[in-house]
Design a protein. Structure first.
Length: 129
């Protein structure tokens, strides 16, 4: 049974050639410890369930990139290896609900006839070192 909620029972279709994927941890938010000289406006509080909260730093450059891609009418997908609930809480805490088209967990397995590096050149891959 599919866990993607659809009204007509048919597969959902992303009707664009421009899908942009953003991870949450260390891409949209940074879990580094807060230092006394940090400006707290750069931080948000995440709710983990009903009782636990975490304060994490906003990764502004990547958040701006997400917003710019949305303004260019790209389909924005946010995922996390920690699951869709975590991804949802990050998108919500960052105030990005109006910019994101799909929230999901990070793929468990990737099938393709090519390695990602063969169809997505280095200029299109972004990662934090």
């Amino acid at each position: 049974m599919s866990r993607l909620y659809k009204e007509d029972g048919k597969p959902a279709v992303v009707k664009t050639d421009q899908t942009i994927f953003f991870d949450c941890d260390d891409t949209l938010i940074d879990w580094s410890p807060i230092h006394p000289d940090d400006d707290m406006k750069d931080f948000v509080t995440l709710m983990n369930g009903a009782v636990q909260t975490y304060t994490v730093k906003r990764m502004e450059a990547n958040i701006r990139s997400l917003m710019i891609h949305k303004q260019m009418n790209h389909c924005i997908i946010v995922w996390s290896a920690a699951g869709y609930e975590h991804a949802y809480s990050v998108v919500e805490a960052l105030g990005l609900m109006d910019y994101v088209d799909l929230i999901c967990c990070k793929p468990a397995i990737f099938y393709d006839d090519l390695q990602a590096s063969e169809f997505m050149n280095e200029s299109k891959r972004r990662w934090r070192k």
